[in-house]
Design a protein around this ligand. Structure first.
Ligand SMILES: *[C@@H]1O[C@H](CO)[C@@H](O)[C@H](O)[C@H]1NC(C)=O
Ligand SMILES: *[C@@H]1O[C@H](CO)[C@@H](O)[C@H](O)[C@H]1NC(C)=O
Ligand SMILES: [Zn+2]
Length: 356
């Protein structure tokens, strides 16, 4: 877009104006909305400062380290080997493998079933998602052939779980990756061309982009912390204005976000977000985010889920947070299967009609 030809000072002014227009309650989550953050879509400040929140040893006690998470993923792979496979989609800046668990009754095989991905820990200092995703994987394994929802999911879709997209940021106890880049601002953007230089793309971002091109996901969700809300596209507006900006599939997205919110323990009771859901650009616009890129370039319906007001709740609360999100996750997956089957049925009926 023409933004690259605009005088840098004008751009800076725009960014400043936008920053001042924001409410303080928005500061926590998807963006961590401060100036350093906004700077990510101006080439001027790609590497600018990043607030390093004070994360004490005490706060992190009881959370899995990266090594422990890796062990847990492999342990899952052996324990549940006939309904899963473990594979890597690449490595982080500091060479940590980005491990994925695929869950399906026919892992590795291509089937005419929807594929869904869950991504946790996009932001290094938002670790709740990586813990909750391991709970999800283990719950599906433990309940397959016992619980109808677990069985439905294992048998009718391919679920891919990346517990951590940003292991380095987690180890560093900060938001960005090892190069201090916010990965949720590192994707090509539909309005601003600043991320178009492939040489600057972070390895974690590149891994996701290649993965999406290979797997053809139908839908997905990334997990964040710092708020409690289901966020859907678009995340940004062309003129950086903060307002409702729906994508062509707005209705479907609102449905998906509502399934999540209404199935959650208390997300839909939110005082800040009606029904516990929000359009991204209405909350606050961001650029270079993963969600919009998935929709535009992957044909994948992605939600951004904020699942905990506190970024580092006490580790003892993690299993409670998992329980609060369990039906949301399962119902979101089940609704995708239902939608897929209805479409499939319609297609069969249409074919039958044509054949007559
Ligand atoms: C997995 O293994 C168990 C026990 O051998 C078997 O009952 C079950 O049918 C297997 N499931 C699949 C999807 O292969
Ligand atoms: C939801 O429940 C959690 C845990 O009890 C609580 O901290 C949070 O404030 C609640 N949020 C809403 C919107 O009710
Ligand atoms: Zn986040």
């Amino acid at each position: 877009m023409a933004i690259s030809r605009i005088h840098p000072l004008f751009l800076l002014l725009l960014l400043l104006l936008r920053a001042f227009a924001l409410l303080p309650t928005q500061a926590a989550a998807r963006g961590g909305h401060d100036l350093s953050d906004d700077g990510d879509h101006g080439s001027v400040s790609r590497n600018l400062l990043q607030d390093k929140p004070h994360i004490t040893e005490e706060m992190t006690r009881g959370y899995m380290s990266n090594a422990e998470l890796e062990t847990a993923v492999h342990a899952f792979g052996s324990r549940c080997s006939n309904i899963s496979r473990v594979y890597s989609i690449g490595k982080s800046v500091n060479d940590f493998p980005l491990l994925v668990i695929e869950i399906s009754d026919k892992p590795r095989q291509r089937e005419a079933e929807p594929a869904f991905k869950f991504i946790g820990n996009v932001h290094g200092d938002e670790p709740v998602g990586r813990e909750v995703l391991m709970h999800l994987a283990n719950w599906l394994c433990d309940n397959y052939l016992k619980d109808p929802l677990a069985t439905l999911i294992v048998e009718n879709m391919h679920l891919h779980i990346l517990p951590t997209m940003n292991p380095d940021g987690f180890a560093l106890r900060w938001r960005g990756n090892a190069n201090n880049i916010d990965l949720n601002r590192d994707f090509p953007d539909q309005f601003f061309s600043v991320n178009n230089d492939i040489n600057y793309r972070q390895p974690e971002t590149r891994a996701i982009m290649n993965w999406v091109k290979q797997e053809h996901f139908t839908a997905s969700a990334s997990l964040h912390g710092g708020a409690l809300v289901a966020n859907y596209p678009w995340d940004g507006t062309k003129d950086t204005g903060k307002r409702y900006y729906g994508c062509p599939d707005d209705k479907t997205f609102r449905h998906m976000a509502s399934v999540y919110s209404q199935s959650h323990y208390n997300m839909s009771l939110s005082k800040e977000f009606e029904g516990g859901i929000t359009n991204g650009a209405l909350w606050y616009p961001i650029y270079g985010g993963m969600q919009d890129w998935n929709y535009i370039h992957g044909g994948c319906f992605e939600l951004t889920l904020e699942i905990s007001d506190t970024k580092w709740p006490k580790a003892a609360e993690l299993s409670v947070i998992w329980e609060h999100n369990r039906m949301s996750m399962l119902n979101l997956l089940a609704s995708l299967i239902k939608g897929f089957m209805e479409g499939y049925l319609q297609q069969i009926l249409a074919d039958l009609y044509l054949a007559q």
